[in-house]
Design a protein around this ligand. Structure first.
Ligand code: SF4
Length: 246
C-alpha cells in the first residue's frame, strides 16, 4: 500500500532500552503544536511516496538483530490504513511493535491495538481542559479532541499493550506543577508517565525559539508533583541526564 513516508531510522537504541529498533516516520499530522520541532513532518504532502511492502523488505534486509518496529511521525494515525498494514506485516514476522501517537484518532488506534505491544500517547495538557489543550496543540477550531484522546487512553490501557503517557514540558503552556498533577490524574492506569523537555530549536511557531528549555531540575520537580498524585512509575528524559526513573 502506498503512503507518505517522512523517513526511516534503521537502527536506534536511544529511546527503547534493551531493544534494537527500526523507526518508521509517517508523514503528516492533524495537529499544529506551536512548539513542534518536527516541522517538516507536519505537511501531508511532504516526505516521499513509499510502499508498505518495500518498507517491510527494507527492514528485513537490516538483518536479524532488529527485533522492534516503532511507527511514529508526524502522526502515524494520520495514515491509518498504511500504518495498520505495516504493523500487521511486522507482527507476522515476529517483531515487537510500538506506536507513538497524539491519540486524536481513537477509532484507528482501536484497529491497530491487536498488533501493538507498546503504545505511547501524548498527553499535552489536562484532558478536562479542552481550551488549554487547543492552545497547546494549535487547534483552536478542532472540537472533541480531548474526548478522542481520553478514548484512546482507555482503549490502550484495557488492551494487552504496555502504555506510556508522554508529556513535553513547554514553558508558558504546561510547565506548572498543578498542570502536571492534573495530567497525572488523567493518566492513572498507564504503566509509565514520561516528562520530556521542550527543545527550542526549529519550532513551528518561531516565537517559541525564544523560550528557555526547562532543565533537568525543573523536570525532576514536576515529576515529583506527578508522583504525589499516586503514579508509581514516572520518568524524565533530558539532554543532561537521558532517561531517568524518578
Ligand atoms: S508535536 Fe504536535 S504538531 Fe508536531 S508532530 Fe507531534 S502532534 Fe503533530
Amino acid at each position: 500500500m502506498k503512503f507518505r513516508l517522512m523517513g526511516i531510522t534503521n537502527l536506534s537504541t536511544v529511546d527503547w532500552p534493551g531493544k534494537l529498533v527500526t523507526v518508521v516516520f509517517f508523514q503528516g499530522c492533524d495537529l499544529r503544536c506551536p512548539w513542534c520541532q518536527n516541522v517538516e513532518g507536519i505537511s501531508p504532502s511532504g516526505g516521499k511516496e513509499a510502499d508498505t511492502d518495500e518498507v517491510i523488505e527494507h527492514i528485513k534486509g537490516l538483518g536479524p538483530i532488529v527485533d522492534t518496529l516503532v511507527v511514529t511521525g508526524g502522526e502515524p494515525l494520520f495514515q491509518p490504513e498504511a500504518c495498520l498494514e505495516l504493523l500487521k506485516k511486522a507482527k507476522g514476522l515476529g517483531f515487537y511493535c510500538a506506536i507513538e501517537t497524539n491519540g486524536g484518532n481513537s477509532q484507528a488506534l482501536k484497529r491497530l491495538l491487536p498488533y501493538l505491544d507498546f503504545v505511547v500517547i501524548d498527553i499535552k495538557a489536562p484532558l478536562n481542559d479542552p481550551k488549554l489543550y487547543a492552545q497547546v496543540t494549535g487547534q483552536m477550531q478542532k472540537t472533541g479532541l480531548t474526548d478522542k484522546i481520553k478514548e484512546s487512553l482507555k482503549l490502550a490501557i484495557t488492551s494487552k499493550a504496555e502504555v506510556e503517557a508522554r508529556t513535553t514540558v513547554v514553558p508558558t503552556l504546561n510547565d506548572d506543577e498543578r498542570i502536571i498533577a492534573r495530567i497525572a490524574n488523567d493518566v492513572k492506569g498507564v504503566d509509565c508517565l514520561r516528562l520530556q523537555q521542550f527543545r527550542n530549536q526549529c519550532t513551528l511557531d518561531p516565537s517559541f525559539q525564544k523560550l528557555p528549555m526547562p532543565n533537568r531540575e525543573r523536570l525532576l520537580k514536576l515529576a515529583r508533583a506527578a508522583k504525589r498524585e499516586g503514579l508509581k512509575n514516572v520518568k524524565i528524559f533530558t539532554v543532561e541526564g537521558g532517561l531517568e526513573t524518578v
